[in-house]
Design a protein around this ligand. Sequence first.
Ligand code: FUL
Length: 487
Amino acid sequence: MGRASLLRLAAAMVLTGLVSPQVAVAARATPPLPVLPIPTAAQLAWQRREVIMFFHFGMNTFTNSELGTGAEDPALFAPAALNASQWMDAAAAAGASLAILVAKHHDGFCLWPSAYTAHSVRASPWHGGAGDVVREFAAAAHARGVDAGLYLSPWDLHDQEYGREVAYNEYYLAQLHELLTGYGSLSEIWFDGHKDKNATNMTYHFQEWFQTVRQLQSSSIIFSDAGPDVRWVGNEDGFVGTTCWSTVNRSMITIGATGIENYLNNGDPWGTDWVPPECDVTIRPGWFWHENETAKTLSQLLDIYYTSVGRNCVLLLNAPPNTTGLVEDADIARLREFRAAITRIFGTDLADGSTARASSERGGDFAAGNVLDGRDDTYWAPMAEDGRRDGYWVELRRPARARARPFNVVRIQEHVALGQRVERHEVYVDGVAVASGTTVGHKRLHRLAGPVVGRTVKIWFAARRGPPVVSAVGLHLDPHEINRPSQ
Ligand code: FUL
């Protein structure tokens, strides 16, 4: 007799008074086995951030450029009133718990007074050469309760050693060491794989760099095209494909290789490594501030949210400080509108008051009702032997007042701590199909063609390598979405 049958028998015996409840407690339902690979604690915490802030600021800000040449005069770097606390207003407005600063971009100019180059803030007129943007950034973030991260460009147009493999790798690592040891706790380090096609050929010693991060900031997330912790999504437009696996085979990815975009975009259902994607996108057309550019509209930002966070990604959103050293008020206002819209939509769950039942339940701590409790750490898990023929399903029965509570967004979340499993799902309202898709992952948001009312919402799942483990199903009304086409 299987454990599930034993549990049912024990429950029946308790009900009929044949045994005391203590006997049933001894046969408590176990959690399902994880499906490997699974995330580390740091990867899980990173995923739950959902939105991260990015700040591109440096020589390009003052030369009205996106790339630079590396030959810029440090005297050009002269922000009149740089205030990193004000940057944190932008992070707070966006609801971001982590902010990442570009400490050195491709032009090679360092925002901190590195001991290994003369091409830094030390040679600029800002604070008479005594300033340190990285220090101000990290202090402002930590003072505000925002975690700090740094970007250090491998491609360097200024450094004379660039192209000499050992010398440049040593230079890069020495600078990385300065950043990892001088500014307190860092929660993400960003290794950009980009360089121009005709740039000097150069092999980067990524493994040595990554291991140094592990040694000096052991809980930091490491980003690169290929992870090890989080990967590039494959574009810089703020979306991932409708299929998105957090799993890839790291060994198949060469950082910076041409054509990598196509491989990265959807992940790999059979990937052996947990490396979820991060969607980097800028609020303005450029990564750096340019006077004639303006922020994306609220509707564009919400689209980005649905197609990144709503498809199992984390959104890394850039808001560039200007030549004064401040993020534009208009950009901060847009970020505030963006966060207010997310709170308005997802702060109310129109599934409240519903009951849940499922194709099967393990019982105990894994009941179908867990998808309604608003927690990521509780979940519905069906019995392993269920669903082999017809898939698995969970159904919400909404209260009578539901007739007056239309919704147009369906939120589904897998408990990815136990691996990513769902490969196909369908959503039915009172028996009518309203949405379908492939992967779910940490969060999948479906925008419906229009608002629907209905007493039952049923979600059907097909899963790989084990039954689905679902932590949440939510129903929401997005007032911006009314009359938008389905996706
Ligand atoms: C790219 C860079 O080339 C852009 O300038 C920007 O820094 C972006 C985040 O990454 O690869």
